[in-house]
Ligand binder design. Structure first.
Ligand SMILES: [Zn+2]
Length: 263
């Protein structure tokens, strides 16, 4: 999973990552920026170091790898050098599935991360591009994280993963990003006074926030993948849309790649 900031993958795919990890699969999160701008008091190298340490801890809690690339937060552009870097990262991991943002999003870093990953989607298989890393013989399946943006078209819930069983683990991983969930996001969202002081109270509070509720679109997708009886038990869900670039999987192919989807 490739997010713009250290916390994006956790929010959108932390539960799915935990399920994969528990089943013995290898998962890696990459943050394309180092998070060195999104804070009201700290900034620069000190903040980047703090964000990287938080990401590493979140990865440890999920049982996955977490890498933070050293690009400035809030200033990301879809440049050729970063495209080549993303191509190398996907090849080095020999990824079966790559998940990132959609290119319509409020945050420029999310948009350009989306473009960088889309621009890599075909090129990972082209040997003469970044020839110092071996090109992939099999093009990965590329997916988008869920979002609520409506223009030019709304997100489509092609895949729904029931993350109810690992929701506590997901929240615990998010809890590692203290500078985000307890400092920056409450400050910029103007709900700073809500944040409890104690460690346990914070976890309970974070769990009570907005993440993973089952909407009508999510329910329809859950029904498809789990059957309506099983899907009615789902309390938290993560959704993904299939990108038009990269391998186009059949339903059977999706079930092979996401073995947690079972009727
Ligand atoms: Zn972000």
């Amino acid at each position: 999973m490739i997010g713009a900031h250290p916390d994006d993958c956790d929010i959108k795919g932390g539960g799915t990552a935990a399920l994969f990890a528990e089943m013995g699969h290898q998962v890696k999160f990459i943050s394309v920026t180092n998070g060195d701008a999104g804070h009201m008091e700290q900034g620069g190298g000190i903040l980047a170091k703090r964000r990287t340490a938080e990401a590493k801890e979140a990865g440890r809690r999920l049982g996955i790898e977490y890498e933070v690339l050293d690009h400035h937060d809030g200033e990301l552009l879809a440049t050729l050098p970063i495209r080549l870097e993303i191509i190398r990262k996907i090849r080095d991991w020999n990824a079966d599935v790559v998940i990132s943002h959609r290119p319509n999003d409020y945050h420029p870093d999310h948009r350009y991360t989306a473009i960088l990953v889309q621009d890599a989607a075909y090129m990972v298989g082209v040997p003469n591009i970044a020839p110092d890393t071996k090109s992939l013989e099999k093009n990965p399946v590329f997916l988008y994280f869920q979002d609520n943006f409506q223009k030019p078209y709304p997100f489509r819930a092609d895949i729904a993963v029931d993350v109810t069983a690992v929701f506590d683990k997901k929240i615990y991983a998010m809890d590692a990003h203290e500078s985000q969930f307890y400092e920056w996001l409450p400050w910029i969202g103007r709900y700073q006074e809500e944040v409890p002081k104690g460690k346990e109270e914070r976890l309970v509070w974070l769990k009570s926030k907005r993440f993973g509720q089952v909407t009508d679109a999510a329910k329809a997708s859950l029904d498809k993948w789990y059957g309506s009886q099983k899907s009615s038990q789902a309390k938290q869900v993560e959704l993904f849309e299939i990108c038009e670039y990269g391998t186009q999987p059949s339903d059977e192919g999706i079930r092979r790649l996401f073995p947690m989807l079972k009727k």
